[in-house]
Design a protein around this ligand. Sequence first.
Ligand code: IVH
Length: 683
Amino acid sequence: MTDNAEPQARIEELRTEIERHNRLYYIDAKPEITDREYDQLLSALDALEKEHPAFASASSPTRRVGGAPLANFENVRHAAPMMSLSNTYSKEELVEFDRRIRKLIPEASFDYVLEPKIDGVAISLRYENGELTQAVTRGDGTVGDDVTANVRTIQSIPLRLSDLMPPAVLEVRGEIYMDTAGFAKLNETRQEAGLEPFANPRNACAGSLKLLDPREVAKRPLDAIFYATGELDGVAFDTHEQMLNTLKSYGLRVTPSYWLKDAIEEILDQLDALENMRHEFPFEMDGGVIKVNDRRLYEELGATAKSPRWAVAYKYEPEQAETALRAISIQVGRTGVLTPVAELEPVQLAGTTVKRATLHNEDEIRRKDIRIGDRVIIEKAGEIIPAVVKVVDEKRTGAELEFTMPVACPVCGSEVERREGEVAIRCVNLQCPAQVKNWLTHFASRGAMDINGLGESLVEQLVDGGLVKTPAELYSLQKVEALGLERMGEKSADNLIKGVEESKKRPFEKVLFGLGIRHVGKGAANILANEFKNIDALMAADVEALEAIHDIGPIVGKSVVDYFRAPETRAVIDQLRAAGVNFEQADAGGSHELEGLTFVLTGSMESMTRDEAGDRIKARGGKVSGSVSKNTSYLVAGESAGSKLTKAEKLGVTILSEEQLINLLGSDEIVGDENAGQMGFEF
Ligand code: IVH
């Protein structure tokens, strides 16, 4: 479609295109475009909608996060009651469940479906003529909370069903959950910010849905899977399987796997197999749900007061282990937070040997009355970081020791403080070697300045040797100094100096991320860099200016202002600037020789990482996609390329070797030249 096309048609076209990419990303896990390209589509739509407000629509993908914070949640009556399931831990009860059903409908022959049971928060979505109109929690099953504004921020939930003739009413029921990796990250950030961590992904999910500001909810890694229906008008399903397929075709996520079996014994076996797959799902799976597949039998089977007779939930025992708590050590994080860590007698848990567990903070230790020498029960919360659940009281001998948090930082001996409203205790010394080490490691990391050759152990040596106290001092590091370090040969010293030098070319958003401002992750750094274009404009911004930016909330706003207000920060910025670090956003300019070409990178390369190759392709106007399609111009196949290579061959896509790609990209000097103009600082 050309630029002259009717704006309304173009708007609709963009919405459909964005929805299609949402589906490809969230439902099919086969993205065809990069995040950046997706963002470009979204901003194009946003611009058009602003220009033509008459064509605004509540279900536009630009309107996921909108409106002011809520004062409270309205109560809403469910059109059809939202029932729960009867839960059991016993296989005998499942056999009993089967016997009861067969007695109720003796002549029927049917299959059971087994689905993973997701440990999240139950939700009911209402779509009217294909548009999402309401999202309500279960509440007491009859009346729940209207959390529509929050649920709309969950990217994988379609605001419009992808069907040309959607039913008049479709209510779908499912589970909102926080993915386990996202949960771990969220807790880490909370801990660094001195906030109470969530006990598990389900609590984190429930807490997120109850936030009154949808902009904050949008930052939480929430997702949803649907497995049942409420009111339906204009659509009917004979079987559960058919329902799953239809929901999926509408763009709603359903369980990644399910099993159909005609005998309960087979279900029992499959439940064991499912338990072994427990850690393969991106959500906390706490059991299996067994349902009669034939929905036409539901009415006849009926329900008890709370739950239907055609389904039952079988729960797995939580994965726990008992061990001894030998000691409590203290870790000092990047923001100076002191975290108590349990040093455990090594024990096997969920397939790994666990030696340490987080104790979060002093309040938590008091609450659970954890003492050194205790026998404790540990569990994997969110399947990733083990936590101490409780003390085995009966095994106390009286020889256990109470623990108190140190009054000085165990690393630098400085005073510690507890800020108002925080549970954490922090070291006040910004020059504390622990903080500096964490800061430098973060600064040099891949997603930030990507300094080749500067890993954790080298950072350790640099700080302990007194050579570097801030990231800025890296830039005045001399080769002779580096050579004085342990295990540092000529070649590694050269590499380090070269890596530091090269990092000056990193784009502004990476520098900003590398500064390690509290609450400013990669996403926020990107937004801030795009919005302010250079460090001076950002440093001059006040909280109001920051908060006015889409996707920047008050917490980030305040943290940025506090950060730049500190004189120590200003000194570091001045030094980094003097060293030639890039504090300015590049023009979209760059060169264009790869414009119109889409690359897919697969396998490992020798001379660069795939990310680096991607950056270099993009710097020349090319696109990088995650999956091969007929629109792929080139597939770059590195070492041990797999299925993407096969697919590309099948589709007749041109295959490039690493060497051919390097030829196509030209030499590195070209990149240097291109960037030179962007670094024109005057000082
Ligand atoms: S079916 C009529 N399927 O677990 C109720 N529920 O402990 C239909 N749950 O209340 C529910 N995964 O909140 C169903 N695959 C799944 C589920 C599931 C998790 C939740 C749901 C239910 C609770 C029972």
